[in-house]
Design a protein around this ligand. Structure first.
Ligand code: DX5
Ligand code: ZN
Length: 235
């Protein structure tokens, strides 16, 4: 059975009570904490930097999944690694030297992710996929929470799933497909069937008062996908 991870995005949390919010989703059964970094330059919104990341990091032992929507990228990598980031993802359009940025992230002991916007082709993965730990597929245009899932992402995920499976078989290294934007209980099964492993969910988790129920509901949907996948594999 495939393993699926749920990563609540703090973007939709109550910023006045971030520590409590992190404790709440940790107790509710989250797998990763997704931390969105927006710079009002690469994306039209502004969130928080390494100081905030470092301040809230002690409130959970879960991996911190830092999604950089900043340009440039490299100057922030060391600070986020020191602030406790376990995964650092960035957008290829925001880095002049994508290969160098990936190496930089890994040199700091973090896992490296490349984030693909809805219109960014999978071809940007050519020549670097072997070095990555995560491919973050954006299913909305980055910048805001609460947007609708872009349906074309499903075709992209199916194509990417094939590439990632072939790559993992060749390299023997784990490589995760993460999807970010508009994920909720009503569409999570279809997204998983298309190939995603990690599900970022902002408004779908933090927008409800019972986060445990929200995560349980998503896991319930994902459990049916696992059964289907097992059945398909037996045929
Ligand atoms: C959007 C961010 C997402 C956002 C997702 O640019 O990268 O992580 O928080 O929010 P929802 O799940 O509400 O679409
Ligand atoms: Zn994100």
């Amino acid at each position: 059975m495939r393993e699926f991870l749920i990563a609540p995005s703090l973007l939709s949390a109550d910023f006045a009570r971030l520590a409590d919010e992190i404790r709440d989703v940790t107790a509710a059964g989250a797998d990763w904490i997704h931390f969105d970094v927006m710079d009002n330059h690469y994306v039209p919104n502004l969130t928080a930097g390494p100081l905030v990341c470092s301040a809230i990091r002690p409130y959970t032992t879960l991996p911190f999944d830092v999604h950089l929507m900043t340009m440039p990228v490299d100057s922030l990598v060391g600070a986020f690694a020191e602030a406790g980031a376990n995964v650092i993802s960035f957008h290829p359009e925001a880095s002049l030297h994508v290969h160098r940025t990936i190496e930089l992230i890994r040199s700091h002991g973090a896992r490296a992710g490349l984030a693909l916007n809805p219109a960014t082709p999978l071809a940007v993965l050519d020549h670097v996929l072997d070095l990555l730990d995560v491919v973050l597929v954006m299913s909305v245009n980055p910048g805001f929470g609460g947007q609708a899932f872009i349906a074309q992402t499903l075709d992209k995920l199916r194509l990417l799933r094939k590439r990632v499976d072939a790559t993992m078989q060749r390299t023997g290294r784990p490589l995760l497909i993460e999807v970010d934007g508009g994920v909720k209980a009503s569409n999570i099964a279809r997204i998983a069937e298309a190939g995603a492993d990690v599900f970022v969910a902002g408004s779908a988790v933090f927008g409800t008062s019972d986060r445990a129920q929200a995560i349980r509901c998503m896991r319930g949907e994902l459990a049916t996908v696992g059964e289907h996948a097992d059945l398909a594999a037996m045929k």
